[in-house]
Design a protein around this ligand. Structure first.
Ligand SMILES: Cc1cc2nc3c(=O)[nH]c(=O)nc-3n(C[C@H](O)[C@H](O)[C@H](O)COP(=O)(O)O)c2cc1C
Length: 371
């Protein structure tokens, strides 16, 4: 049974995606301490491709050493990391899947104990109070823009089908977009045109490194849910500039690690009304954008997912936590078993990688009371 619009192919730039399901970037905590790809990661991505996901987005990979945010995170900051990542891309392709690499920089969320350096931030305002930070100079910004281009080229050499620029969830590029974190007085701070500038410069850097045909997605917040943070109006304006600058798709999320209950990964999604919690923003973005929109955040039911695409609120359905428990969810739905994802959205999947082991569904392995 594959009658649904969710199983119809659609394009993201030059990439043909066989169905509307995207595995949203998910830090697994499984990379080597130097950011290298491991056998476990290769097997995991292979499993997602086998499970029918149309497009896999890797976990966030840091583009510069000082952007390393959490242990077990992938890196793409050195040429010698390409060979390991090539095994990942190859394994996915052998199973008929598609995969893009998420390019990231922690900004003030960098793990200073991991990097041994102060974290770089657009300004000293806003971030976690205890982090050692340094305000970025224009030279730091130039180096960062260049690093994204170099990282994208490495991803291309490793055989990835494209890249995603991570501009959401309070990481570096979201810090620039957000007036709460960005208090700069130069051309990278101030109005939304200036606060978006670094993302546009990075897009140009990625394009000049990889060529026009390499699909580039941008994941961004619909809003930050922080007082004085990025608003929906400003975010929509930023998205329009990003689309005009040649991005191939936007993945819409929201919230930061400092936004409390309104974080990107909200818990207790017990009814269809609570699902797709950025739906209203997606509707507003989709009405203005002329590139595909992927929506992420709390989508759990087949009917909700189908409705979002049928009603023209989103072109792609992105999910993260459901695929931790059920890498085969898409094929289950395709086979006709359309019961909702079994994910309980309790967020305990964050615990194992924080403890230094790779992620897993805690409910599956340890029961409802585990961890
Ligand atoms: C364990 C875990 C790790 C995550 N890592 C990333 C990441 O590397 N990059 C990113 O953009 N989002 C990351 N996210 C956020 C998800 O991609 C997604 O935006 C969020 O969980 C909401 O989607 P969901 O309700 O389908 O889980 C992570 C979420 C979880 C649960």
């Amino acid at each position: 049974m594959s009658d649904s619009i969710l199983f119809q192919a659609a394009r993201i730039g030059s990439l043909n995606v066989p169905n509307r399901f995207i595995r949203s970037a998910t830090w697994e905590g499984l990379a080597a301490t130097d950011g290298g790809c491991t056998d476990e990661l290769v097997r995991l991505m292979e499993g997602l491709a086998e499970g029918g996901v149309g497009l896999i987005v890797s976990s966030h990979a840091f583009v510069r050493p000082e952007g390393y945010a959490v242990r077990g995170q992938l890196g793409i900051h050195r040429d010698d990391l390409v060979a390991g990542l090539a095994r990942m891309a190859d394994a996915v392709h052998r199973k008929g899947g598609r995969i893009v690499l998420q390019l990231a920089h922690g900004g003030h969320l960098a793990g200073t104990q991991l990097t041994g350096q102060p974290a770089l931030a657009p300004s000293l305002a806003g971030g976690p109070e205890k982090t050692r930070r340094r305000e970025m100079s224009e030279a730091d910004i130039d180096d960062t823009i260049k690093a994204y281009g170099e990282a994208a080229l490495r991803a291309k050499k490793a055989g990835f089908d494209g890249v995603q620029i991570h501009a959401a969830h309070g990481y570096l590029l979201n810090q620039f977009l957000s007036p709460w974190f960005n208090r700069r007085a130069d051309r990278y701070g101030g109005g939304i045109e200036n606060r978006t500038r670094i993302v546009l410069d990075i897009l140009a850097s990625v394009r000049s490194a990889t060529g026009r045909d390499c699909p580039v997605l941008v994941k961004m917040n619909s809003e930050d849910f922080l007082e004085g943070g990025l608003t929906r109006e400003d975010s929509l304006q930023a998205a329009l500039m990003i689309a005009s600058a040649g991005a191939d798709a936007i993945e819409l999320s929201g919230g930061t690690l400092l936004s409390g209950k309104l974080s990107p990964s909200r818990s207790k999604i017990d009814s269809v009304e609570q699902e797709a919690y950025f739906r209203d923003a997606a509707r507003a973005f989709k009405a203005k954008l002329n590139i595909p929109l992927a929506l992420v955040g709390g989508i759990r039911s087949f009917e909700v997912a189908e409705g979002l695409v049928k009603e023209g609120i989103a072109d792609f359905i992105s999910m993260s936590r459901p695929f931790i428990r059920e890498p085969g969810l898409v094929n289950r739905w395709k086979s006709g078993d359309r019961r909702k994802a079994t994910c309980l959205s309790d967020n305990r999947c964050f615990m194992p990688p924080m403890r230094g082991t790779g992620f897993y569904c805690v409910v599956d392995r340890e029961g409802k009371e585990g961890s």
